[in-house]
Structures are given as structure tokens and as C-alpha cells.
Design a binder for this molecule. Structure first.
Ligand code: NAD
Length: 495
């Protein structure tokens, strides 16, 4: 396949301006240059913010179910463009095409969810202690939501923010990853066309782009007119940007790094476990925030399970992500390969046993399994690559302690058919993560639940359940419909 020709046909079809100069974007598939995009600077930011403020005044007064209707139309347009959008993801980030289709399906799913949610921005009512008074909660939009996104889910994570924030009446400023700018420009183009086709041209400005590198993300964080900032990316990024937003008391939603584990007990269905281990650790070339990084397995079954996993790994041949037979595509770039090799060298030097992990091309690598021979601090860090550490345990308490003993707290799972073990894992003495699965790997999630994690993962929740509340300002309203003015707690103040 000629990737350059495919890229050019997509940008032409979706009317995307490819700048003659600016920041270059390369495909991880073959290292070829796809195109160039222009960075946005301070004046652009100011223009976008002013335009968003103006649009917010209209959008927040446009009824919520009608906002939902626009998201329904957008979701339908994404359905129609599903294959094109998926091709762009694979071109830009190297994800296998099947997974790119899954990512765009997630965009469609969250749009469907948001349509229903637009009629369910419910507030509680509660009894007042005062005579002839009523209390209730109102949920109103904040205004501009800044979204900074990562390369590895360049469409889905933005869509969780966009669909849910906008049905609530907010407007969105999007700073995508510089590694995957063109999928975001395609989605913006589809939103614009959706608005034009619906005869609601002004709503195009509900979404504005702020293209660039790290400096552009920082400028969004500095701007106090942007009330909510949603940050998706590494924990280092969150540590650097969170104080900038907190200093001006902006509202933060953070989706940062993970270091996800699976506990396999002697009572697990091994067939399920092996399948799940391989998908969770190798899928997306180990470049999911929820990728399986640590396999915590009971000592009595460790040898047998390890053999099965290593045998399954040997069948995986990294290759062209557009080919139907490929289960693992390239890594995002050469730096990611170098980082992985650095960690594997460290592991060998420290006496651990490394299976696989060989470099097989500029951006291609075999997935690696590392059998730890002793406890090692290397497992504390998220290496964004297909490296799976295998750690033995004796008691379930010990396994849970190992699982929780990392800075991150995104996703976790246990494989067991024992009810007591499973219940213990999901309870107060169990996993400390935001995602806690039983007999399912840690990787991937459905949009219906709230997505996010604890500790160094940032504590944010996005997507389904009641995550919509993160984008809304809650006001507690007390109404006096009587002819007296009683004070709360029976306080007397007669004049
Ligand atoms: P990254 O942190 O390098 O970049 C993410 C975004 O933040 C980009 O838009 C980038 O320009 C910006 N950025 C990065 N460092 C910055 C800084 N110091 N100052 C200002 N802006 C900065 O992440 P990535 O390599 O694109 O994605 C991989 C990381 O994202 C992994 O750690 C992964 O776990 C995490 N991630 C988390 C989730 C989640 O939901 N928890 C989802 C996807 C990815």
C-alpha cells in the first residue's frame, strides 16, 4: 500500500489544509513523512478563546436535548467516515487497523451515550429544615473546556471529553498530540460539516483547535478564561501542568500514566488468562494507558503459565498494521524503541531473564517477557512499550500488596473462579485502581463506565456513568416560598 497516496486522498476528501512548512508528521509504519501542520501561537489562542466565549453564550442557551441532537448527527457522520478515520489513525500512530476501527467505534458509542445523557442532566432535590423552603441542585456549564490529548488514543479520549462536555453546554478547545494531528483535523472537519448540514453554522465554533507541541498545552493551562482543563498523557506531563492550572484555581480532569497488573491465582481458568495476557500486553504494541505491564502469578503455577505466554508471544510477528494477519504494528517512533531497549538492557544486567524484545526494524520490535529473579524498582515505572514483567507470589494478600505497590493506579484485574478471591480483590482491601476487573484483562474499557485512575494516574473520571458532572458547575439552590425568613440551624436574628 502506498501510505503517502492514502494520506493525500484522506486530507483532500476531508478538506484539510496541509501546511507547506511547520511541524512534520511521520508515519511509524515506514518512517515516511506524511505532512506538516502549522502551530498556533498566542494570538491564535486569544482569537480562539474569544470566539469560544461568544459561541458559549449561544450554545449554553441552546436546549440540552438539541445539543444532544447535534452530537447524534456528529456520531452518524463519524459512522459514515469510520473507515477513513480509522485509516488515518493507523497511518499516524501505527495501531493495527482492527484496533483503529475499535477506537472510532468508541467515538460513535460515546456520541450515542451523550445523546441520552443530554436529557438526563439531573439534579437532586433534598428536604429543607426550614418551613416552606425547598433545596435542589442545578448543573450548569463552566464555559471553555481545554482538552490536551495523547498520541495513543488520538480520537477516543478527545471524544469522551467533547461529547460529554458539549451536551452539558460547554465549548471545547482541543490541543491534540503533535504525533497525531491529522486525525484531529479530520474530526474537526466532520464536526464543521455536521453543523453546516444541520443549518447551524455558528455551532462550528463550539470546537476550536489549538495545534502544537508542549508550549501550546502550557498556554492553555495558563489561560484563566479556560475554566476546565482535561489532560491526557504521561504522569510527567500531569506533574508539570497540574500546578499551572491549580495556581489559577482552574478545574482539572487528569488521565495520566498507568502501570497495570493482572493477578493469576491457582483457581484461574488458564486458557482465558493466557489469551487475555497476550492481548492486554501486546495489543497496540503495549502503548495503551491500560496495557498489561505486570503479571503477578501464584508460584505454584508460574512456570507453566510463563511457558504458555512465551510460546504465544513467539507466534506474534510485528508487521504492517494494515494487514489483516498482523496483531502487533510498529511502535510510535524510534525513541520508543530505544527506551524499551534501554530498559531490557537494564533488566539483563540486573540478572532478570528476558524473553523476546528484539528490534526487528526501525520502529518494529518483538514483545518482551521479563521474568524477575528478585524485586526490582524498574516495575515502578511505566515504560510505554510491550514489556511484561512476571512476578511470583505466595498469598493473595501478598499479590494485592505487590499490585498496589506502584505510584500509578489505573487498571487492574484478577483471574480466578474463586468467589472469595474475586470479592476480596474488588473490596476495600483489594485493588486501589480506578478500573478493577475479574476474569478480563486490564486493557480497554467500555464507554458506559467512568474511566480513570487513582494516585499518579491523576484521579480524573471521563466517559460514562456520572463523569458528566466533572464538566458542570453544581449550584445548591435554596428557594423560600413562604412569608417568613427562618434561618438555618434555628439561629435567631430578629430586627
Ligand atoms: P505525553 O505526555 O508525551 O503527551 C500528551 C500530551 O501532553 C501531548 O499533547 C503533549 O504535547 C502534551 N505534553 C506532554 N508533556 C508536556 C509538558 N511537559 N508540558 C506541556 N505539555 C506537555 O504522552 P503521549 O506519549 O502522547 O501518550 C502516552 C502517555 O499517555 C502514557 O503515559 C499513557 O499512559 C498516557 N495516557 C493515559 C490515558 C488515560 O486515560 N489515563 C489515556 C491515554 C494515554
Amino acid at each position: 500500500m502506498n501510505y503517502k497516496t492514502l494520506f493525500e486522498s484522506l486530507v483532500e476528501k476531508y478538506n484539510i489544509k496541509v501546511s507547506p512548512s511547520g511541524k512534520d508528521v511521520y508515519s511509524p509504519i515506514d518512517g515516511s513523512k506524511l505532512g506538516t501542520f502549522d502551530e498556533h501561537w498566542n494570538q491564535d489562542l486569544d482569537d480562539s478563546v474569544q470566539s469560544l466565549q461568544k459561541t458559549f453564550n449561544q450554545w449554553k442557551n441552546y436546549p440540552a436535548p438539541k445539543r444532544g441532537e447535534m452530537i447524534r448527527l456528529f456520531g452518524n457522520a463519524v459512522r459514515e467516515a469510520k473507515e477513513d478515520l480509522s485509516k488515518m489513525i493507523t497511518l499516524e500512530n501505527g495501531k493495527v487497523y482492527q484496533e483503529s476501527l475499535g477506537e472510532i467505534q468508541e467515538v460513535i458509542d460515546i456520541c450515542d451515550f451523550a445523546v441520552g445523557q443530554s436529557r438526563q442532566l439531573y439534579g437532586l432535590t433534598m428536604p429543607s429544615e426550614r418551613q416552606d423552603h425547598r433545596m435542589q441542585e442545578m448543573w450548569n456549564p463552566y464555559g471553555i473546556v481545554g482538552v490536551v490529548s495523547a498520541f495513543n488514543f488520538p480520537a477516543a479520549v478527545w471524544s469522551w471529553n467533547f461529547a460529554i462536555a458539549t451536551i452539558g453546554g460547554n465549548v471545547v478547545l482541543w490541543k491534540p498530540s503533535p504525533k497525531t494531528p491529522f486525525i484531529s483535523l479530520m474530526l474537526k472537519s466532520i464536526w464543521d460539516k455536521t453543523c453546516e448540514d444541520a443549518d447551524l453554522s455558528w455551532a462550528k465554533n463550539v470546537l476550536e483547535m489549538h495545534m502544537g507541541m508542549n508550549a501550546q498545552a502550557e498556554n492553555i493551562c495558563l489561560d484563566s478564561r479556560i475554566r476546565v482543563v482535561s489532560l491526557t498523557g504521561s504522569t510527567e506531563m500531569g506533574k508539570s501542568l497540574a500546578p499551572v492550572v491549580q495556581k489559577r484555581f482552574g478545574r482539572l480532569i487528569m488521565e495520566l500514566g498507568g502501570n497495570n497488573a493482572m493477578i493469576v491465582t491457582p483457581e484461574a481458568n488458564m486458557k482465558l488468562a493466557v489469551k487475555s495476557i497476550v492481548f492486554s500486553a501486546v495489543g497496540t504494541s503495549g502503548q495503551r494507558c491500560t496495557s498489561l505491564r505486570r503479571l503477578i502469578v501464584h508460584n505454584s503455577i508460574k512456570k507453566g503459565l510463563l511457558e504458555k505466554v512465551v510460546t504465544a508471544y513467539a507466534t506474534i510477528k510485528p508487521g504492517d498494521p494494515f494487514s489483516e494477519d498482523t496483531l502487533m504494528g510498529p511502535m510510535i517512533n524510534k525513541q520508543a524503541i530505544d527506551k524499551m531497549q534501554e530498559v531490557l538492557t537494564y533488566c539483563r544486567t540486573n540478572g532478570h531473564i528476558v524473553h523476546g524484545g528484539e528490534v526487528v526494524g526501525d520502529t518494529y520490535v518483538n514483545p518482551a517477557v521479563v521474568e524477575l529473579t528478585k524485586p526490582d524498582p524498574i516495575v515502578q515505572q511505566e515504560t510505554f512499550a510491550p514489556i511484561l514483567y512476571v512476578i511470583g507470589y505466595e498469598s493473595l494478600d501478598e499479590a494485592i500488596e505487590i499490585q498496589n505497590n506502584v505510584p500509578q493506579g489505573l487498571s487492574s484485574c484478577i483471574f480466578t473462579d474463586n468467589l472469595q478471591e474475586a470479592e476480596r480483590f474488588i473490596g476495600a482491601n483489594g485493588s486501589d485502581c480506578g478500573i478493577v476487573n475479574i476474569n478480563i484483562g486490564p486493557s480497554g474499557a467500555e464507554i458506559g463506565g467512568a474511566f480513570g485512575g487513582e494516585k499518579d494516574t491523576g484521579g480524573g473520571r471521563e466517559s460514562g456513568s456520572d463523569a458528566w458532572k466533572q464538566y458542570m458547575k453544581r449550584s445548591t439552590v435554596t428557594v423560600n416560598y413562604g412569608s417568613d425568613l427562618p434561618l438555618a440551624q434555628g439561629v435567631k436574628f430578629d430586627i
